[in-house]
Design a binder for this molecule. Structure first.
Ligand SMILES: Cc1ncc(COP(=O)(O)O)c(C=O)c1O
Length: 412
């Protein structure tokens, strides 16, 4: 049943938007001969424009999203033996920097419907050692921030928003990445805007912005007359080549995100009558910006659940990822066997007898990951693509129900 429709991919030009803007800016950089960010104009212009767009005082560009999380933790001066509460459903690049600071990641369970952490799951993990809370807006769907910020403020714990997947997502009319004390974004290939690799930190705090800049430049402060290596730091600088592409992209960000959101609504409507398939819910006071399009699959209605559905969809020309990262981060070998720095057991040894996580203590994770199916999503998806996906989803579910000899359920 060929329709000739090939869905856009975030991995190549079919789903990405590079054009004359990026080309012209890249050419300017090459012709200037200045590829080094601190001496050029493009990285600085990118910082100014993304900060203005988000409505935050400062943006500090770095070399990746992982570097952005690390820089934000270092700006907060999170240190050895301290605890950082975070989600187990995220990219490892958001967790490893905690360990690299000598701190301990403490995992909070997630809401099984959104796969986001909540104030309740965070509250269960707060201790006297909690030094920061990382709030990840998964798939571009904002966490329920008011109760999280209330808890954090009462306990005087800074909140680091991981907005790597959530450009221009809104919570109560404010962009995510401006709600906590500091935030980290990624510009890696698949994100809403990209320069291949890259990232940045946003904050309204002058002091945190300064620490971020200096830390990501080997502790060296270029802006000071009496420059010195002020404190421990790494080279996480962004180059002018990355800066040029990122600048071209930021100028198109609003239009690209608007398209993601508009077409996501078309797909939502298209899926409304498909039994057992439901888009991840978005709070009525939030706007999700669909890094990817996550669905919850009811295995009682769709035989074989997300894995079987992904198989059928693939045969019908629709790529998807069942169960997202498959298992929570703490089940990776790095955590199960605590493979960190040689045989040192650092940083866990700083903490006495910090226990291994048990999946049974994370019912939200278990349920959420077992039911989620993630569709690729890009700014180049259009109404035809959304209709095609909805049609193929209906067909895939019908086939699974038919093959299992079950009657089709009511729409759900
Ligand atoms: C939520 C989240 N945080 C952090 C990162 C790390 O970003 P990067 O791959 O640019 O290092 C990613 C990247 O996929 C991510 O999705």
């Amino acid at each position: 049943m060929s329709t000739g429709i090939v869905l856009p991919s975030e991995r190549d030009a079919s789903g990405r938007s590079f054009g004359s803007e990026e080309r012209a800016l890249l050419l300017e950089v090459l012709e200037s001969g200045i590829l080094f960010g601190p001496n050029g104009t493009k990285v600085r212009a990118f910082e100014t424009e993304i900060a203005a767009l988000l409505g935050t005082r400062h943006a500090r560009a770095v070399s990746s999203g992982s570097a952005a999380v690390h820089t934000a933790l270092a700006a907060l001066d999170v240190g050895p033996g301290e605890e950082v509460i975070t989600t187990p459903i995220t990219d490892m690049g958001a967790i490893s920097p905690i360990l690299c600071q000598g701190a301990i990641p403490v995992f909070a369970d997630v809401d099984p419907q959104t796969l986001n952490i909540t104030a309740n799951t965070v509250a269960e993990r707060v201790s006297d050692r909690t030094r920061a809370i990382i709030v990840t807006h998964l798939f571009g769907n904002p966490c329920e921030m008011d109760p999280i910020m209330k808890l954090a403020t009462e306990r005087n714990i800074p909140v680091l928003e991981d907005a790597a997947q959530s450009y221009l997502a809104k919570y109560r009319e404010r962009y995510v990445g401006t709600l906590g004390q500091i935030a980290a974004f990624s510009l890696q290939q698949t994100k809403q805007i990209t320069c291949g690799e890259g990232g940045f930190v946003t904050t309204n705090s002058e002091a945190l912005a300064r620490r971020a800049r200096v830390w990501a430049d080997k502790g060296w402060n270029y802006d000071s007359e009496a420059a010195d290596h002020e404190f421990l730091g790494l080279n996480y600088r962004m180059s002018e080549l990355q800066g040029a592409v990122a600048l071209g992209q930021v100028r198109k960000l609003t239009a690209m995100v608007e398209n993601r959101v508009r077409v996501a609504d078309v797909l939502r409507r298209g899926l409304a009558d498909v039994a057992g398939v439901r888009p991840v819910p978005v709070s009525s006071h939030a706007v999700a910006t669909y890094w990817r399009f996550p669905l919850l699959i009811d295995s009682e209605v769709v035989p074989g659940g997300p894995a079987a559905l992904a198989g059928e969809l693939k045969s019908l020309g629709v790529w998807s990822t069942p169960n997202y990262i498959r298992y929570p981060a703490f089940m990776c070998r790095q955590f199960r066997e605590r493979v960190t720095f040689g045989q040192s057991d650092h940083p866990y040894s700083l903490h006495g007898d910090y226990p291994l996580e048990d999946i049974d203590d994370f019912p939200g994770c278990k349920t959420g990951l077992a039911s989620v199916l993630v569709l690729p999503w890009t700014e180049r998806h259009n109404d035809t693509h959304a209709a095609f996906i909805a049609d193929r989803m209906t067909e895939a579910v019908d086939r699974l129900v038919r093959d299992a000899g079950q009657p089709t359920g009511e729409s759900g």
